[in-house]
Each structure stands twice: as C-alpha cells, then as structure tokens.
Design a protein around this ligand. Structure first.
Ligand code: KG4
Ligand code: ZN
Length: 336
C-alpha cells in the first residue's frame, strides 16, 4: 500500500510518499515563512496562492525521489482540516483532481490525527493505546488515543494554544515570526528564576490549559522597556520554564488518571528541547515511556498525512469525493 500525502493547512506546502512496507520513501516541504515575515503572521490569501504555485512541482519531486509513478500509488491523502479554509481547499482540490485522473481513492485527513501519528514514522514507534499531548500553533490538547480514529479529548486550552503563546511572547521580545523556535534559542542564554511567570491552571484539578495570561505576564515584565539582550534572554527563559512546567505537570496528571504507560508528544512545540528533556524525566519517574517525532516532523509536514492515509486505507476506510475541507473540525468527532 503506497500513499501520496499532501499538507497545505497553513504556511507550509508539503508532500510525501509513504509505503506500508518500505516506510517513508520521500518527503518534500516548501515553507512560506519568508513570504509572511514582513506581515508578522500568516496572510491567508497569500498562503493559498502560494500553495497553488508550489504543489505540482513538489508532487513531481516527491514521486521522483520515491522512484514512484502514479500507477504505483494506491491512494491520496490530503489535510481536510482544521486550518485556513483557502489553503485547505487548494490541497483538497488538487488531491481530488489527481484522484479522478489516476483513478485512485482520496482521503481527507484530520491535521491533528496526522500530528499525533507522526511518532509512528520513527524507528521505535509507540503501540496503541497511548496518551498524546498535541501542542501546535493552533491547538493544545491532551488526547486519550485508544486506536486509529478513536480519540477522546481529556483536556484542552481555554484560550491561547501553547505555540500561540510562544509566538505572541516572541513578538513582544522583538523576535521575528514564527517566534517559538527563536524564543527557545534566546532562552538558551537566559537564567532560570530571574523572572518567575505563573503556572496557569496548576492550582486547580482537571486537565485543561490556559496560556493567554502568560503573554500578559511577559508584557508586564518587559513594560515596554528596551532591555539589554541578557535580560530579554532571562524573560524568555522564565516564560519557557512556565510553559514547560505546566505542560509537564498536566501530562503527569493525565498519565495518572488514564493509567497509560505511553506518552506521545506531537505538534510544533514538541520540537522544544527543554520540553522534551522535562517530559523524559516525568515519564522516567512514572515508569512510563515518551515518544517524540524528530523535530522536523513535529512541525507541519506531508509525511504524517501520507502515513495517516496509508493506515486508514489499510483498514479499508475509503475516501469520498464530497469530503472537501473544513476550517473547524473536532478531533474527537472524526471516527474510523
Ligand atoms: O504544528 P505546527 O507546525 O503548526 C500548527 O499546526 O499550528 O506548530 C507551529 C508552532 C508555532 O507556534 C511555533 O512557534 C511552534 O510551533 N514552535 C516552537 C518550536 N518550534 C516550533 N515552540 C517552542 N519551541 C520550539 N523549538
Ligand atoms: Zn500542525
């Protein structure tokens, strides 16, 4: 079973070929970051138009890298949502057209299902069931994953996503969009404990998150002052410590509540070095295991979509030409 996967939900155009026997055969990605940078964030219409420009060459390259022809492809998988509707429609339209031309099924994949399956691309993949922490630019969720398509949301953010909090605080620190990785790099030079930010929602029971107060706390710490780089690094470190500690504590609680022994981390913030180190300690204390995708598969990519498509096709879940795209789509509602 060989699947061509297409991801176009936001500012990355990505294509990959995944084979259930050969594994990941190729993956290509074009990032629009430079195009959006002058605006300080993603401009949806520019994103959609650029996906139109990039998709066809990327598909050609991914097929060539995988030494695959359209005849050798058994199906197509594309991100059907959630995301920017115009950007999603480009991928959905493109995959549906190829599906008609090649006479192969096309499957619409939930973007977050792609993220939470991404650790299965690695050499030591987790078995089902597991607990997943999804930490991306748009979502922060703890998910009980019973099997493919069987997802129960245990907790989620009540306001900003963890990645969004990184991006907004990075902006306050004068760092370019997207700020998460840049803030983490700045925090490497900062000292812990110089600025102590709140650990939101840790003082109450439950598995929900709230990150919008952290950016306000950063604003207060900076107070519009032009601080020297070493102090800005201390602020970045204080912010990162607060996010990492909050996520780690909620994971510890969720492992306790569910009894799961496997924890999967997925989404862009999962690339954060300090978060990875902290969660490794948490699972070690609980006699559990943690699974991360490699950093390039934490952020948006085509490999996770091709893999999800391959797993679904393998279970006989075929697509429909009416699938289309959805800007909003609950992960708990996707089913099998
Ligand atoms: O999963 P993703 O690529 O896109 C969405 O589906 O949202 O996640 C992007 C998010 C951005 O907010 C970005 O700032 C954040 O992941 N991010 C990081 C790091 N690398 C990316 N946040 C913290 N530390 C990092 N190293
Ligand atoms: Zn994503």
């Amino acid at each position: 079973m060989r699947v061509l996967g297409i991801e176009s939900s936001c500012d990355e155009t990505a294509v990959a070929v995944y084979d259930d026997i050969g594994g990941l055969l190729s993956h290509r990605l074009y990032s629009q970051v430079a195009m959006h940078q002058p605006y300080g964030g993603v401009v949806p219409e520019l994103a959609s138009r650029d996906h139109v420009r990039r998709l066809l060459p990327l598909v050609r390259e991914a097929l060539a890298d995988a030494q695959s022809t359209p005849e050798s492809i058994d199906g197509l998988a594309y991100t059907a949502g959630p995301g920017l509707i115009g950007a999603l429609l480009v991928g959905a339209g493109f995959a549906t057209a190829l599906s008609v031309a090649w006479d192969k099924p096309a499957l619409g994949i939930h973007h977050l299902e792609g993220h939470l399956l991404a650790p299965l691309l690695e050499p030591n993949p987790p078995a089902f069931p597991f607990l997943a922490l999804l930490v991306s630019g748009g979502h922060t969720q703890l998910v009980d994953v019973a099997a493919l398509g069987e997802y129960r949301i245990l907790g989620e953010t009540l306001d900003d996503a963890a990645g969004e909090a990184f991006d907004k605080t990075a902006k306050l620190l004068g760092l370019p969009y997207p700020g998460g990785a840049a803030l983490a790099a700045l925090a490497e030079n900062g000292r812990s404990g110089q600025f102590v930010f709140p650990r939101p929602m840790l003082d109450r029971p439950g598995l929900d998150f709230s990150f919008s107060g952290l950016k306000t706390a950063a604003l207060v710490a900076l107070r519009g002052r032009d601080l020297p780089p070493s102090v800005r690094a201390d602020v970045a470190r204080g912010f990162e410590d607060a996010v990492v500690e909050t996520l780690a504590e909620k994971c510890r609680r969720a492992l306790g509540v569910t009894g799961h022994r496997r924890l999967v981390i997925a989404g862009g913030v999962g690339a954060n070095r300090r978060l990875r180190a902290r969660l490794t300690t948490v699972v070690c204390d609980l006699n559990a295991e943690v699974f991360f995708p490699r950093p390039e598969f934490c952020t948006d990519n085509g490999a996770m979509i091709a893999l999800a498509g391959c797993m679904r096709l393998g279970k006989g879940m075929c697509g429909s030409l009416n699938m289309g795209a959805r800007a909003n789509w609950e992960l708990g509602a996707i089913g099998v």
